[in-house]
Design a binder for this molecule. Structure first.
Ligand code: 13P
Length: 260
């Protein structure tokens, strides 16, 4: 069975004190749960990664960065390289988020370089793809999603599906309160899974965790996880609240026939 990620993308929220408080509340509760297939994960801003790693040490909580530089080192003011993230002991990093694509003009080719840098540094990339509302309304979802997949994953060799995570985040569902229906999400996830079968292998397609993102909250998590090809969530707003985060982890633990 694939790993189910309950992944909180904190974006530009929570400072040092709030990060500490979140972990002080959530970690003891996570420690009471026997999580086998479910991986809780948070992605705080760069300055708080070390604190998050310290605060979750010895627990099942994983920590991710929200982005990485395309460069390895040098005169790139404000940027953080994959080797710097690796030196912290970080194991995950989000790339290709629609907000980075929109505000930093990130392209599939930039995302591709970032994935390569992360893999070279033994960090698992969590790669985001997804169409805009206009693209969906013009019936271009399939074309856009498959185009992003082939652009982002060009020349990326995967032997196992555990080396990378994909998140389908329809741009129109991010921060809007408008979640994709389970049918809409499953349809795209299935498309992605089949693309992985054709372009990698049955093994990679079967192992790779495909997350959905866009206005997830405890109230809609179960119906999304009930879909065959949805292996967790990349959650923005609702991941900031300790009780909601824990609730979503518990829903993950009961999903896919793990527990009644
Ligand atoms: P929301 O859950 O706030 O819609 O954000 C989703 C997202 O962008 C996660 O990366």
């Amino acid at each position: 069975m694939r790993k189910i990620f309950i992944a909180g993308n904190w974006k530009m929220n929570k400072g040092l004190q709030e990060t500490k408080e979140f972990l002080a509340t959530v970690i003891p509760e996570l420690n009471k749960l026997k999580l086998d297939k479910v991986i809780p994960l948070i992605a705080p801003a760069y300055p708080f990664l070390e604190e998050a790693l310290k605060g979750s040490f010895g627990s099942c909580m994983q920590v991710s960065a929200q982005d990485v530089s395309v460069h390895s080192e040098g005169a790139y003011t404000g940027e953080v390289s994959a080797s710097m993230l690796a030196s912290l002991g970080l194991k995950y990093c989000i790339v290709g988020h629609s907000e980075c694509r929109q505000y930093h003009n990130e392209t599939d080719s930039t995302v591709n370089t970032k994935i390569l840098k992360l893999l070279e540094n033994h960090i698992t990339p969590l790669v985001c793809i997804g169409e805009t509302l206009q693209q969906r309304e013009e019936n271009k979802t399939k074309e856009v999603v498959l185009g992003q997949l082939s652009g982002c994953l060009q020349n990326i060799k995967l032997v196992s599906g555990k080396e990378l995570i994909l998140a389908y985040e329809p741009v129109w569902a991010i921060g809007t309160g408008k979640t994709a229906t389970p049918f809409q999400a499953q349809e795209v996830h299935n498309l992605i899974r089949n693309w992985l079968k054709s372009n990698y292998s049955e093994k990679v397609a079967a192992e790779l965790s495909l997350l959905y993102g866009g206005s997830i909250k405890p109230g809609n998590m179960k119906e999304l996880l009930d879909c065959e090809d949805i292996d967790g969530g990349l959650i923005g707003g609702a991941s900031l609240k300790e009780e909601d985060f824990l609730e979503m982890v518990k829903i993950g633990k009961k999903s896919k026939g793990q527990e009644c």
